[in-house]
Design a protein around this ligand. Sequence first.
Ligand code: KG4
Ligand code: ZN
Length: 340
Amino acid sequence: MIFLGIESSCDETAVALYEGDISSGDGKLIAEQVASQIETHARFGGVVPEVASREHLAALPPMVESLMQDAGFTFDQIDQIAVTAGPGLMGALLVGTSYARALGMVHHIPVMPIHHMEGHLLAPGIDKLLPEFPFITLLVSGGHTMLVRVDGIGSYSIVGQTLDDAAGECFDKSARLLGLPYPGGPEIARLAQQGDAKRFTLPRPMLQKDNLHFSFSGLKTAVMYAVKNAGGIDSFDAQAISDMAAAIESAICEVLVKKSIKACIQEDAPRLVIAGGVAANRSLREQLFEMAARKQIEVHLPDPKHCTDNAAMIAYAAFQRARFGVHIPDVWDAQPRWSL
Ligand code: KG4
Ligand code: ZN
């Protein structure tokens, strides 16, 4: 079967073609395209929903056209359209779902709504094999921070999640306090390489709590006070900014690593997947690999381009759903809030 995936839940417009064999489970990514809106939103310091919708609207039709043309496919070869139906920005989701439905109607192709987080959870399967079930996924992005137990396709339980800000949001908001551009995560990671994480002391929120939840809003506030107590951002030289960046990265990563390992042990699922934009953080990956090895936990990472938002993961999730006959609702709509 050939799946056309469409993703437009936030600030990336993405399309992909995936070919999968329902009986054997074998499959491969044929082609994909991602158009990032980061530059457009950077001047506003974050994603502006209305602007995001307009950009998706302008980008989607030509992207699908060139994807199909470059891969040498016509619509009569597409068996299934898969589109992110939520969670995300309502306007952005409506652009993707309306376009998918229109394509489906015109070309007589069924359209399957996919949960954006399910796409992220299964992303390691796009380029490699999915880990054996059950496994734990640490899903860390700008909008989400959660630990999910995966018992099979369509069988997911959230075992821990943030009570307030997401880890990526904490990176982004802390970066803003340091006068760094959006998105702040990669900037903090870059500067942290030259920084001394011990110069500034920051809290490790929720680490002492005997549960798998997170809380990052207090950490951002602690960064604000640490900057203030050190004389304000105007008194910071380049080294002080790098030192603070290292302290922020170290605090966020330590909490993510320890809670993820704890989840694997507690859930008796010694396989860990890391997904979402923050999974691109090198320090997080290194620390996770090191600690997991000590506890005999396997770590599975999607290809870096499939850690951030993409449509290959949406097409792949649809393939897995089709393969295992997981229920697809007849009536559905874009849902900005949609529990996993
Ligand atoms: O999954 P994603 O591309 O978009 C969604 O939020 O859905 O994740 C974006 C988030 C941003 O908060 C960004 O700052 C963060 O991932 N991020 C990073 C790194 N690369 C991206 N955070 C820390 N270190 C990185 N290298
Ligand atoms: Zn995402």
